[in-house]
Design a protein around this ligand. Structure first.
Ligand code: SF4
Ligand code: SF4
Length: 451
């Protein structure tokens, strides 16, 4: 009974890994070098970006910070507000279109070189190889019975993975809570509930995805791997084995180096992440046996079939459409960024009292103006009111605002109560920054004259 239960469990666990754990052989070559260059670049940016500081108005703050509590996103000198959500949406659309364009041109290039799952799997695998040895040593260790050495090596490996996963989580949360505040609060066991949740979740997520699940994520969990086939056509270059040539010596090295454990000689497979490692490995073999390299290479179906290369965009309609969309979205982004308002105003009429008559026979209405200074510099605003003869602001009409701040000011507006006009009349407020004549806003409102 117990035996059958454990067999069922084992079968379930093996469902996504029919061949057992994959221990890929290390290889070298141009694609492997390029992958590591991308790992270094992306990780220097990720782990280092949260430590950069920026000075603004005599104050030093974190250069890149999603300040959710104050609804601001700092990106060096740029400060984005919730009102700038459109900009963010266009950036995301632009990134997605860029990804579609790359996929139409060169298949799963993003998956093999720049996807965070690939990047972290590479780092975790590198740690594993440093602790447990090369692919043969790791295979031997997997098959060996439990021993003191096995426990020690596994403990070191999982310990290092956990440290890296924890540091990754701290860096991630450090983009939302200033990292120089976050670190001491972690050391003092004094993190808030949200920070605590995200630290644990992101560390566990990194450890499981990059350490344990690895290629299974690309093959069974990633939705992108399922639908990117629709972006392919016969001109899409992806890692392929050239069936026309007869140079293969069946050494099997291309299979040994594959991080997803497939044999590219069986043709294009959804498990292939286009990492190019089998290209590197096979090129080395070809050089050794004195045959031309490129038995496995980035090639399109068209090229492999011996047909001439696609000429012009008419023969690559998908590439042309994605490139066109990319240009359109980039233009839209530039336009939206240049037209971005740096001053926002909300005018609210006082709901308590519609109007008030003064002893001098004038009529007064009260308003609240919510001024938003979206610039990271102090600015003074002057308010004018227009729309009715003799209309004027009673009292102060100049207001100072701190950098990137919101201030609600109360205003009383007065008009002659001579009975020439009555009812509700349209008026407008013009708010202008003294330091920048171009930064002005006109907001419509209404004035109640009674009768
Ligand atoms: S590495 Fe090249 S030669 Fe060796 S099995 Fe693969 S395709 Fe054949
Ligand atoms: S078949 Fe080649 S390109 Fe595809 S995942 Fe395996 S090693 Fe990478």
């Amino acid at each position: 009974m117990n035996q059958s239960v454990s067999k069922v469990r084992a079968a379930k666990l093996e469902l996504y890994r029919k061949k057992g754990k994959i221990h890929a052989k290390a290889t070298s070559g141009r694609f492997n070098t390029l992958r590591w260059v991308i790992v270094w670049l992306t990780q220097i940016i990720f782990y280092g970006g949260c430590w950069l500081s920026w000075e603004s108005n005599g104050l030093t703050r974190q250069a890149v910070l999603f300040d959710i509590a104050h609804e601001k996103f700092y990106l060096f000198g740029l400060v984005l507000w919730p009102q700038d959500a459109l900009l963010l949406a266009i950036v995301l659309i632009l990134a997605a279109t860029g990804l579609f364009l790359v996929t139409a041109m060169a298949g799963r290039l993003f998956c093999g070189f720049a996807c965070p799952q690939t990047v972290y799997t590479m780092i975790f695998s590198w740690i594993e190889a440093k602790v447990e040895g090369d692919h043969l040593a790791r295979l031997k260790l997997d098959q060996s019975p439990l021993s003191g050495r096995k426990i020690l090596l596994r403990s070191i490996k999982h310990g290092l993975w956990l440290v890296l996963a924890a540091w990754t989580a701290i860096s991630f949360v450090g983009y939302f809570t200033p990292i120089r505040q976050l670190l001491p609060s972690i050391l003092n066991w004094d993190v808030g509930p949200w920070e605590g949740f995200w630290l644990i979740f992101y560390a566990a997520f990194t450890y499981v995805q990059a350490g344990l699940a690895r290629e299974a994520v690309c093959q069974h969990m990633c939705p992108y791997s399922r639908f990117q086939g629709v972006m392919f056509d016969d001109t899409t270059a992806s890692v392929s084995y050239d069936q026309q040539r007869s140079d293969c010596i069946d050494c099997g090295i291309c299979v040994q180096v594959c991080p997803t454990g497939i044999d590219i000689r069986d043709g294009l497979q959804y498990q292939c992440i286009n990492c190019g490692l089998c290209v590197d490995a096979c090129d080395e073999v070809m050089l050794k046996i004195g045959s031309p390299t490129g038995l496995i290479r980035f090639a399109s179906e068209r090229e492999l079939a011996g047909r001439p290369k696609a000429q012009g965009w008419r023969e690559r309609p998908r590439v042309a459409v994605y490139a066109g969309l990319l240009v359109i979205f980039a233009g839209f982004l530039a336009l939206t960024a240049t037209k971005r308002p740096l001053l926002l105003v909300d005018v609210l009429r006082d709901r308590g009292a519609l109007l008030r008559e003064t002893a001098e026979g004038r009529i007064e209405n009260a308003y609240t103006l919510k001024l938003m200074n979206l610039v990271e510099a102090p600015r003074d605003f002057t308010v004018e009111v227009n729309g009715l003869p003799g209309l004027e602001i009673v009292g102060e009409r100049e207001f100072a605002l701190e950098p990137g701040s919101i201030r609600a000011v109360s205003l009383t507006v007065s008009a002659p109560g001579d009975g020439t006009l009555g009812g509700i009349q349209p008026i407008s407020f013009r708010i202008a920054a003294r330091q920048d004549a171009a930064a002005s806003v006109v907001e419509k409102s209404s004035f109640a004259l009674g009768r």
